[in-house]
Design a protein around this ligand. Structure first.
Ligand code: NAD
Length: 296
């Protein structure tokens, strides 16, 4: 997490659109790696919350001895705020969009980004499920567009899926990979396909685990332990489902089922029933496990 600035590519100025759960984290790791970061979010309260989270994360890093006082201060100094989309993008080498997961919103944002950014700037979306090609349809120059899919919490999770659309130039892809490495992340290159690599595999495992609960093969804790101890997964698929939220997993399963067809991603009845009953996992206090929200 700590260290001197280590910008690994020609990308110096990074603009992050959206200061929410993902945007603040991307801004933080980019600033820590030495990039000049501009953060833009039309919701002023979201900007305040995002900056407060960045400060809190870095302060925790300092208290744990993982971040020095100097690099914390220097990283915060490298983050600027922009009041408008046009001012945010004007000088960017790379724009990373982390706005809500709605196709219409992302398309209209990228129309504005393309109009405001320099023609040499790279444009990236942090979408977790939408098609890169479908977003890129609004761009005159889709060769400079790619997916950079970070994981939550961004400052702790090593993986970045670098998603190649059918029009993404090789140079764009290479720069995306180098940028992710420069942040200290482990990039993997994935073609634009539903669920990329992470959700497609992770959800397949989760749905199979639910079918096993449904069939009475074993209790949820035993199924999770099979993966944790037998396959060295840090967390079993059902506990992970509780943390992500059963409603979120159901939405992804429905999407993958629609896009990929077949039976593999058809949501099991137990998942639909639990969502209808409001058993969404940790956030509601009950999912495949009971969660004591006071203690969480
Ligand atoms: P979020 O709701 O926490 O944050 C989104 C932010 O975007 C909000 O602060 C909102 O005010 C802002 N916003 C709205 N309109 C905007 C605009 N026109 N320009 C700039 N900002 C705008 O959402 P999130 O969880 O950070 O998700 C952002 C993206 O990252 C989504 O595409 C999501 O699918 C993806 N993603 C999320 C996670 C996760 O675990 N939350 C993980 C990987 C990827």
């Amino acid at each position: 997490m700590d260290g001197q600035p280590r910008v690994a590519t020609w990308i110096e100025r990074v603009t992050v659109l959206g200061a929410g759960v993902m945007g603040h984290g991307i801004a933080q790791v980019a600033a820590m790696a030495g990039h000049r970061v501009t953060l833009h979010d039309p919701d002023a309260a979201a900007v305040d919350r995002g900056l407060a989270r960045i400060r809190a994360n870095l302060d925790k890093g300092v208290s744990l001895g993982k971040v020095s006082e100097e690099s914390r201060t220097a990283a915060l100094d490298r983050i600027a705020l922009a009041p408008s989309l046009a001012s945010a993008c004007a000088e960017a080498d790379l724009v990373v969009e982390a706005a809500p997961e709605r196709m219409g919103l992302k398309r209209s944002l990228f129309r504005g980004v393309e109009a405001a950014a320099s023609p040499s700037a790279l444009l990236a979306t942090n979408t977790s499920s939408l098609s890169i090609d479908a977003i890129a349809q609004v761009l005159a120059g889709p060769g400079r567009f790619l997916g950079l899919h970070f994981f939550n919490p961004v400052h702790l999770m090593a993986l970045v899926e670098v998603v190649r659309g059918s029009c993404t130039d090789q140079a764009t892809l290479d720069a995306g990979v180098a940028f992710a490495r420069g942040l200290g992340k482990e990039p993997i290159v994935v073609r634009d396909a539903p669920g990329f690599a992470s959700s497609r595999l992770g959800v397949a495992l989760g749905l199979e685990a639910m079918r096993m609960v449904e069939e009475g093969v074993a209790e949820p804790a035993a199924i999770d332990k099979a993966m944790e101890l037998g396959y060295r997964h840090p967390m079993g698929p059902l506990r992970l489902t509780d943390l992500v939220g059963l409603d979120v997993r159901l939405a992804i399963a429905d999407y993958l089922h629609e896009k990929l067809g077949g039976e593999r991603y058809r949501p099991p009845a137990i998942l639909r029933r639990m969502v209808e009953e409001g058993k969404l996992g940790r956030k509601t206090g009950e999912g495949f496990y009971r969660w004591d929200r006071e203690k969480e």
